[in-house]
Design a protein around this ligand. Structure first.
Ligand code: GLU
Length: 275
């Protein structure tokens, strides 16, 4: 398979240095391999994505000196495909509805206690019927127990990691638990849409931050369930701020735009990254 990689931001805010690092690392990998660099806009969550952030992505990447294939795939144009996959998984008994609020989930979470690890299970049938009748919103979760019934031991699912801690990796999806892959109100989420598009776009190498490394296990399970190929993964370290914290849109980390406006050049930034 010829080399193809992607940068797949969600336009929910302005890009910061961490995004720049990820995009440049992926772009350079494509250059070195004589392969393709694909920009994909992961805008499935219409409650959080904004056109001005998408426009900002194009501006920032051009400023960094990158180029990418056009037309750019925008996930909002392909909702029907992700919904079809969710429906198919649902019909095979691999999903369940979760009516829990964020607060209730946080109370259920162990391991780090940040609420990101789901330790619950499907609702009781009578409870589910009552909530549905009330019209409560819900999320679709991928049942790892059901996935095991279909695929056998999930630890047999593997992929090659070429980035941090390289080697042949085995899936440990239990680390994240039964993940949300879609919502009644918003539709399919990043976890499944990304897997479908990595396959659709012939991505041979997923190059992304190590914050998504654990997600690979879940995505590997989805690849097995949906009969999609497994790319090679390269997880890179995260760019940290002066205090050693990771950057985040919601923490107000400076945007590339603001750095640019304060006089920083793309060359300055690459030098800072040691690239
Ligand atoms: N869209 C995801 C994000 O903004 C990244 C997806 C990926 O690289 O797999 O965090």
């Amino acid at each position: 398979m010829s080399f193809a990689t992607r940068f797949a931001p969600s336009p929910t805010g302005a890009l910061h240095k961490g995004h720049a690092y990820s995009a440049v690392v992926a772009w350079r990998a494509a250059q070195v391999a004589g392969g393709r660099f694909i920009l994909r806009i992961e805008d499935t969550d219409f409650t959080r994505c904004r056109p001005e952030h998408e426009a900002g992505i194009y501006e920032d990447l051009a400023w960094l000196g990158l180029d990418w294939e056009v037309p750019v795939l925008r996930q909002s144009d392909h909702r029907a495909d992700y919904e079809a996959a969710i429906q198919q998984l649902g019909e095979r008994g691999l999903l369940y509805r979760c009516f829990r609020t964020r607060k209730e989930q946080a109370a259920l979470a162990r391991d780090g206690g940040d609420g990101s690890v789901f330790r619950g299970g499907p609702p009781e049938l009578d409870e589910e019927a009552a909530f549905l009748a009330e019209g409560r919103p819900f999320a679709w979760r991928l049942s790892l127990a059901a996935a095991r019934d279909h695929l056998g031991d999930l630890g047999r699912l593997t992929w090659i990691e070429e980035g941090l801690e390289p080697g042949l990796k085995t899936a440990v999806p239990e680390r994240l638990g039964d993940m949300v892959i879609g919502r009644k109100d918003i539709g399919a989420g990043y976890v499944i849409a990304s897997v479908i598009d990595d396959a659709r776009q012939g991505i041979s190498h997923v190059i992304r931050g190590v914050d998504l490394a654990d997600m690979t296990s879940i995505q590997r399970v989805l690849q097995a369930l949906l009969d999609l190929p497994t790319p090679t993964y390269r997880h890179h370290p995260l760019v940290l701020d002066e205090t050693g914290q990771r950057l985040a849109k919601r923490k107000g980390s400076p945007s590339l735009k603001s750095l640019r406006e304060s006089g920083m050049s793309a060359a300055d930034l690459l030098a800072e990254f040691g690239l």
